[in-house]
Design a protein around this ligand. Structure first.
Ligand code: OAD
Length: 245
């Protein structure tokens, strides 16, 4: 794997940089992705588990699914892909991480500047008034309700739902303004997140993709690392640090 001089120069110049991440960056931590052979949506039906109507129909089933994923995520650790991005954030003054992941692993690795497009599996909120509810232990046989009487749900974005307005607006603005855009570990198939790399590209950013498999974005990328992010991200950052020392 070669890192181009263009990419190392851009990173050394501390230019405005956006990193869009998806489930692939957490794959090496042991969190399953959604699509592909072993993807979650190959084994489970998202219409039964990840829509508002499914939740209202069968909140116990949906909660059991999210409690299962919560437990899985609580047992795994961030990997070198997450840690490299956290380290980059300490050195680059204009780095924005925009994640589709709900697993909190960027934050656990030490990243502070994270825009969450699809919520966070560790949080809960009321379906009626949107008030957050801190309780982490949820009993699927005795589901909690809000003070207003509304049901408590996981604070994640389900199919057919709008993304948190402030998060997607900020992400779109940063994508339009950046000079360097990384798409890391995402199939680039789910909108509006999948628009972000193209917004950046249309506004003149240098587009880098990190993914062992080709995606609809690959033909538009200026540089492609067809490798796991836990290998490619440390390699890229090492190339930058080596030149700086
Ligand atoms: P996907 O499961 O669609 O795609 C994961 C991508 O990661 C694939 O392109 C894989 O090739 C790639 N990948 C696998 N292992 C990797 C590794 N070690 N390093 C780098 N890349 C790797 O996941 P997302 O693109 O995140 O939404 O999916 C987007 C959204 O669809 C999710 O946020 C979720 C899902 O339905 C909601 O739940 C709203």
């Amino acid at each position: 794997m070669q890192v181009s001089g263009t990419l190392t120069e851009l990173l050394r110049s501390d230019c405005a940089t956006v990193v869009l991440t998806g489930a692939g960056i957490s794959a090496e931590s042991g969190v399953p992705t959604f699509r592909g052979k072993d993807g979650l949506w190959n084994k489970f039906d998202p219409r039964e588990l990840a829509t508002f109507s499914a939740f209202m129909r069968n909140p116990k089933l949906v909660w059991e699914w999210y409690l299962f994923r919560r437990e899985l995520i609580s047992k795994v650790e961030p990997n070198p892909g997450h840690f490299t991005l956290a380290e980059m954030g300490e050195h680059l003054s204009q780095l924005h991480i925009v994640t589709q992941n709900v697993d909190n692993l960027h934050q656990r690795a030490g990243s502070t500047n994270v825009i969450e497009l699809h919520g966070n599996i560790e949080r809960n909120k009321c379906v009626e008034c949107n008030a957050p509810m801190a309780e982490f232990e949820i009993d699927p046989d005795n589901l909690p309700t809000c003070q207003c009487g509304g049901r408590i749900r996981p604070d994640v974005v389900w199919f057919g739902e709008m993304l948190p307005e402030a998060a997607i607006e900020t992400a779109q603005q940063e994508a339009a303004a950046c000079k360097l855009f990384f798409s890391v570990g995402t199939s680039a198939e789910v909108y509006p997140a999948a628009d972000l790399p193209m917004i950046a590209k249309k506004n003149g950013a240098y587009l880098v993709e990190v993914n062992p498999h080709a995606t609809p974005l690959t033909p538009y990328a200026d540089e492609v690392f067809a490798a796991p992010s836990g290998e490619a991200m440390p390699l890229i950052w090492h190339a930058v640090r080596e030149q700086s020392s």
